[in-house]
Write a protein that binds this ligand. Structure first.
Ligand code: F0G
Length: 458
């Protein structure tokens, strides 16, 4: 008999989590104004809000914390981190930052100016925020196939090369770089193929432009290239990562994802001029160049996290768990962005709750239903998150309306996945009777989903 698949680690430390009753959860979510960001985490049983900073560190990482060098300048832990980043990416210059959006802030302060256009594939919210706040435009060139959740394609995170060519040809002077997000979070944790990365490089070279990777989940992207793209099955994750980065000029990194740490980030580049430019913003915003907002011990743990998470077995355990949850949802016929992404399942709320009008926020309704049903906290990646059109102030209903169930790294077992799937099935079974959603009582002008106050319409 073939031996079944199992995790590539065992558990050395546990943290109790609290179950609750439906009555308790109904009160708690009402107190939170039907916004899961407003729930105290103690009121959550299984927390799938994000995979950012929520992973479990290994024994080697915890040991590294004790060895961290807290020197203000020239910390040994910085050099350990820099050397790993150099080896994995080929980028010579490394600037630590306290998280991913700080890396964006520092680098974009040097690169982005009013009137610029920054093409990319579904820029993450903070990336878009750092572009738009500088009065520049984040121009989305994601392939159209990403919008059809039921289409099963291996690389739905790709950049549409024709769209990229067009925006480059028409706005050559306004574009200084292209940003490619690997994996494409907003499109559902979907990967970008090596062939696509090569094509982006070619087009960029033709127009004399540079390329940045938003690399939060680069190792998961490398896993998908290894397991899905021809010619890569026998290459290691480290070899694939190195090849991916060979097509870029630099990267921003949220180390809270594929760095396997709870806090951290960095910028890396092969270009001295970018390094010199970014340096000027790192020091006032983040801190001196050899810590940039991170503790020495955190840089030490990150150096090891990057090594561990570019090993196949670790990634295989992680991504198979997401796929395990997807297989449960398939059994129950629950529609999600196909195929399952690297870090999360994105349930298609418009298909699950056809009777809730879009003006009443189906994905938010589903998010609240899932919490009430099982104490499972996902989050809405949909019409509330999309904010209002800056000019018309109308809600934007043109994108997808999804419930993201995000899986922290090395934290939950497949039994927890079974609970999530069963809770979702119970909601799914009574989907036709769910006909009303939510009304906005109060909202912030930007990034409203974090603080929005809602009231139920039924
Ligand atoms: N880029 C991508 C693709 C991200 O997913 C995130 C964060 C960031 C940049 C910003 O990094 O949080 O370290 O400042 N994504 C988290 C999420 C918050 O839940 O998807 P950060």
């Amino acid at each position: 008999m073939e031996l079944p698949f199992a995790e590539s680690w065992k558990i050395k430390m546990v943290e109790p989590i609290r179950k609750s009753t439906r009555e308790e959860r109904e009160k708690w979510i009402k107190d939170a104004n039907y916004n899961v960001f407003q729930l105290p985490a103690d009121q959550v049983y299984i927390d799938c809000l994000t995979d950012s900073g929520t992973g479990a560190m290994s024994d080697r990482q915890w040991a590294a914390l004790m060895m961290g060098d807290e020197s203000y300048a020239g910390s040994r832990s910085f050099f350990e981190l820099r050397d790993v980043v150099r080896r994995l990416t080929g980028f010579e210059y490394v600037i630590p930052t306290h998280q991913g959006r700080a890396a964006e802030n520092v680098l974009f302060s040097h690169l982005v100016k009013a009137g610029d256009i920054v093409p990319g594939n579904s820029h993450f919210d903070t990336t878009k925020g750092h572009i738009e706040s500088r009065k520049a435009v984040a121009y989305d060139c994601t392939v159209d196939e990403a919008k059809d959740t039921q289409l099963e394609l291996p690389f739905k995170g790709n950049v549409d090369i024709a769209k990229l060519e067009k925006v480059l040809a028409e706005n050559t002077d306004k574009i200084s770089f292209i940003i490619v997000t690997i994996t494409n979070n907003t499109a559902g944790g979907q990967p970008v193929s090596m062939a696509n990365l090569k094509d982006i490089r070619k087009v960029a070279d033709r127009y004399g432009k540079r390329v940045i990777f938003d690399s939060a989940r680069f190792a998961e992207n490398a896993y998908f290239i290894k397991t899905r793209e021809e010619g890569y099955a026998d290459k290691t994750i480290k070899e694939i990562s190195r090849e991916m980065f060979s097509y870029a000029d630099g990267m921003t990194m949220s180390a809270k994802k594929d760095g396997l740490v709870n806090m951290g980030g960095f910028i890396a580049t092969r270009h001295e001029d970018w390094y010199e430019g970014a340096k000027n913003y790192c020091i006032p915003f983040e801190g001196y160049l050899t810590y940039g907002g991170m503790n020495g011990r955190d840089m030490a743990a990150l150096a090891i996290g990057l090594e561990e998470n570019t090993e196949f077995d670790n990634l295989d355990t992680r991504i198979r768990q997401v796929q395990y949850l997807a297989a449960r949802l398939d059994e129950y016929g629950i529609p999600y962005q196909r195929p399952a992404g690297g870090h999360a399942i994105f349930v298609d709320a418009r298909l699950v709750l056809p009777n809730v009008p879009k003006e009443e926020f189906p994905a938010q309704t589903l998010t609240v239903e899932l919490y009430k049903e099982g104490g499972v906290r996902g989050c809405e990646i949909g019409y509330i998150l999309a904010d209002r059109d800056p000019v018309t102030r109308e809600n934007r209903f043109n994108g997808l309306d999804l419930l993201r169930i995000c899986i922290p790294r090395r934290v939950y077992t497949n039994n927890h996945m079974d609970v999530i799937a069963a809770a979702l099935k119970n909601v799914y079974d009574r989907r036709m009777s769910i006909t009303r959603g939510y009304k906005i009582e109060w909202e912030a002008e930007l990034m409203r989903h974090f603080t929005v106050k809602l009231s139920p319409l039924a």
